[in-house]
Design a protein around this ligand. Sequence first.
Ligand code: SAM
Length: 249
Amino acid sequence: MNRQTLSRIAHTHHPIAAPITDDSVARLLDRAARAGRGRALDLGCGEAGWLLRLLAARPAWQAVGVDLDAGALTKARESAQAMGLERRIGLHHLDASEFGAREPFDLVLNVGATHAFGGLLPTLAAARTHLAPGGTVLVGEGFWEREPSRAALDGLGAAREDYQDLAGTVDAVIADGWTVVLGHVSSPQEWDDYEFSWTGSLAEWALDNPGHPDSAAAREAADLHRAEWLHGYRGTFGFTTLLLRRTAA
Ligand SMILES: C[S@@+](CC[C@H](N)C(=O)[O-])C[C@H]1O[C@@H](n2cnc3c(N)ncnc32)[C@H](O)[C@@H]1O
């Protein structure tokens, strides 16, 4: 089973691919899309969960999503059609670093996809190239809640220097010329809901598809991920979603 198919099944009951509840998503989007009309771009949109929620709540907004995962984009198109939003969203199967548009965007999102640009600050630099004057960036990034153990690093496949603590993360963003106008830190409950949903959806799929050639692999992936989380990074790896505006033009 390839990684993208596995991830799609794992996100069956939690389409936002980050430890954030629907209520938190709605609150962040409400502040992010302040104007009555506007254009949003998601660089690493996955199934376009953020953009579809935004369009449903803001009838005069348009959106563009970019992702490397063709299957996630197919799911995004199906969801857009089911919600009657397909005319207001463009979806591009492309490396986010290669995306170019003629007009700038009022809101640029990148949640859980900063690896597409090699980290948080390169992601903000890329977002800035797409941002209209006075526009807003919504970026979601991991951080260390506490010093990571070897098991936490192994479970995440990360190095200590890949992330900072929350203070260091926010300080770096501010030093890069951004004003933090709102921040969300995923709660332990949001993390537990997300991880149990991820592993549970995959394990349930394996139960429901016993004859499928990928059934055993799905079960193994769910078991491995659960162990990496519970015995590794639970309580150590945090996630923050920051709403940013340029401090000076
Ligand atoms: C953790 S998911 C987050 C998806 C979405 N932002 C959300 O919150 O639901 C990360 C996404 O980044 C995408 N991605 C990774 N590298 C990328 C790249 N270079 N260009 C475009 N998308 C990329 C993956 O395919 C995946 O859909």
